[in-house]
Design a protein around this ligand. Structure first.
Ligand SMILES: Cc1ncc(COP(=O)(O)OP(=O)(O)O)c(N)n1
Ligand SMILES: Cc1ncsc1CCOP(=O)(O)O
Ligand SMILES: [Mg+2]
Length: 220
């Protein structure tokens, strides 16, 4: 998939669903299919944590989820695992400050893949641009129980300081985002919201994704 540019990336970030097998209360394939029906715009495969799959099992799940994404024209992003992303010809990767450097990843993936970088302050946002990132993930905006090793909760502060400095890069908020606060995250200045629990733990993931999509639309 080749990305036309920044406007398209901002639109793709709208409702960015992140999931691995450990996050799901039911079959991840069903969860993803429901989330797509509900209107997610981007998907990240994040197979992480004590219960996560490894090796061939991880790859097989990734391929099944990628097939569903392809069928519905939803870009498929891989978290952390650059080798897997290259092997599957994924649409992109998301990396954090402790992962492989974004500039190296850009050189490895070439110019037509989407690269997201986690940024926790203005300096990291500026560096992400220099390194060739297409978007930054900023968070945790609210308290989250999904990731234990996070930076302190930021609320609106980091997004607003990035915007105040006129740093120009698509931004997605992450951490503790629900249908109730998603609109606020957009009003802080984010282009979209990324969620794990709000969709993967919802009794009806399709409904949850629909409500998030509508909150994001209203927030804009
Ligand atoms: C969209 C998005 N934003 C931030 C993150 C977090 O990445 P990272 O800091 O590398 O932490 P892990 O997800 O790897 O535990 C993300 N995955 N996606
Ligand atoms: C991966 C990640 N990075 C910062 S917070 C977070 C977890 C977000 O999960 P949830 O939407 O369940 O709070
Ligand atoms: Mg990471």
């Amino acid at each position: 998939m080749v990305y036309a540019g920044e406007k398209e990336v901002r639109e793709l970030l709208g409702v960015y669903f992140i999931m691995g097998s450990a996050n799901c209360l039911k079959n991840p394939i069903e969860v993803l299919e429901d989330a797509i029906k509900g209107g997610i715009t981007l998907f990240q495969f994040r197979e992480k944590g004590a219960e996560a799959l490894h090796g061939d099992e991880k790859k097989e799940l990734a391929k099944s989820l990628q097939d569903i994404c392809r069928k519905h024209h939803i870009p498929f992003i891989v978290n952390d695992d650059i080798e897997l992303a290259i092997e599957l010809d994924a649409d992109g990767v998301h990396i954090g400050q402790d992962d492989e450097s974004a500039s190296k990843v850009r050189r490895r993936l070439g110019s037509n893949k989407l690269i997201g970088v986690s940024a926790h302050n203005v300096a990291q946002a500026k560096q992400a641009i220099i390194d060739g990132a297409d978007y930054i993930g900023v968070g945790p905006i609210y308290p989250t129980v999904t990731k234990l090793d996070t930076e302190p909760v930021q609320g609106s502060t980091v997004i607003q300081s990035i915007l105040r400095e006129n740093i120009h890069i698509p931004i997605v908020g992450i951490g503790g985002i629900t249908e109730k606060n998603a609109g606020d995250v957009i009003r802080f200045g984010a282009d979209g919201v990324s969620v794990i629990t709000a969709i993967s733990h919802a009794p009806f993931p399709e409904k949850a994704a629909k409500k998030l999509a509508s909150a994001v639309k209203i927030g804009h």
